[in-house]
Ligand binder design. Structure first.
Ligand code: FES
Ligand code: FES
Length: 129
C-alpha cells in the first residue's frame, strides 16, 4: 500500500513527540488503543491557565505510520485552540488531510479519540477542585 506524501512526511519528521509531566495540573493526558490492531496512542495537551487555550501538545504512538502521522498532525492542529474547539476535530478531517485509505481510517479515529480523552482528563482534574 502506498502512503501519501503527508503521511510519510509526518512519519519521518513527527512533530511534538515526547511527554509532559502528568502531575502538572495544566496537562491533560489521553491514552487510547485501537482494538483493530493493538496500536496505542498517548496524547497530551498543555493548557495555558490564563487564556484557557492549548499552548502545547505532545504524543507518543506505538503503531503504524498512519497512526503516527495522525497524532503528529493533531498535535499541530490543537495548538492555540480552546478545549471546545479541540473537541470539534473530526477523524474525517485528519483522514482527508493525510489522504488515508479506508483500511487506515481507524488510525485517524485513534487520534480523534486521543484528543477527546486528553480534554476529558484535563477537565476531570479541574472539576475536582
Ligand atoms: Fe501494526 Fe498498526 S497494525 S502497526
Ligand atoms: Fe492500527 Fe494504524 S492504528 S493500523
Amino acid at each position: 500500500m502506498a502512503y501519501s506524501d503527508k503521511v510519510v512526511d509526518h512519519y519521518e519528521n513527527p512533530r511534538n513527540v515526547g511527554k509532559f509531566d502528568n502531575g502538572d495540573e495544566d496537562v491533560g493526558t489521553g491514552m487510547v488503543g485501537a482494538p483493530a490492531c493493538g496500536d496505542v496512542m498517548k496524547l497530551q495537551i498543555k493548557v495555558n491557565p490564563a487564556t484557557g487555550l492549548i499552548e502545547d501538545a505532545k504524543f507518543k504512538t506505538y503503531g503504524c505510520g498512519s497512526a503516527i502521522a495522525s497524532s503528529s498532525l493533531v498535535t499541530e492542529w490543537v495548538k492555540g485552540k480552546s478545549l471546545d474547539e479541540a473537541l470539534t476535530i473530526k477523524n474525517t478531517q485528519i483522514a482527508e488531510e493525510l489522504a488515508l485509505p479506508p483500511v487506515k481510517i481507524h488510525c485517524s479515529i485513534l487520534a480523534e479519540d486521543a484528543i477527546k480523552a486528553a480534554v476529558d482528563d484535563y477537565r476531570a482534574k479541574h472539576a475536582a477542585n
